[in-house]
Design a protein around this ligand. Sequence first.
Ligand SMILES: [Fe+2]
Ligand SMILES: [Fe+2]
Length: 157
Amino acid sequence: MPSVDWKPKFSVGVERFDDDHRHLFSLLNQLHMSMAGRERNSALNLILKDLVWYTQTHFRAEEVLMKRYGYPELAAHRAEHDRFTEQVIQFVAHFQSGRNEITVEVSDTLQEWLAQHILQSDAAYAKFFRLKDAVEVRSLPQALVSDAYCAVRGALS
Ligand SMILES: [Fe+2]
Ligand SMILES: [Fe+2]
């Protein structure tokens, strides 16, 4: 599968979340290249560490904001996040245990999931936020999102 880069069609209207999505695509592209080149080096370890960290902080920050806006699909959205996080953690555990079944297909599956998740599930909350309070969503997310990330960091550290 060709690498997927962030494009405007992936925008959810919250700058910080768009930045996270860009970074996640970049990490998965780096992962793809490492897997394709069969690299097993310290750079790959950093990519995987970053992927776990970004996945967890980004998902939780989204969930905090969804809760803040009373998003009705929060539970289903969280379940999607949890499933993906589980896959990433399993993937990292397999890699660290030195098993051989990790292939480029694994990173492609994660990439495909991320693209679909943003275009469908994240796009749905983006639409809801806009309908709920267009002005607030545009003007307040910096503070709200920063708070969300602070809360997440506190919970994870
Ligand atoms: Fe997202
Ligand atoms: Fe999401």
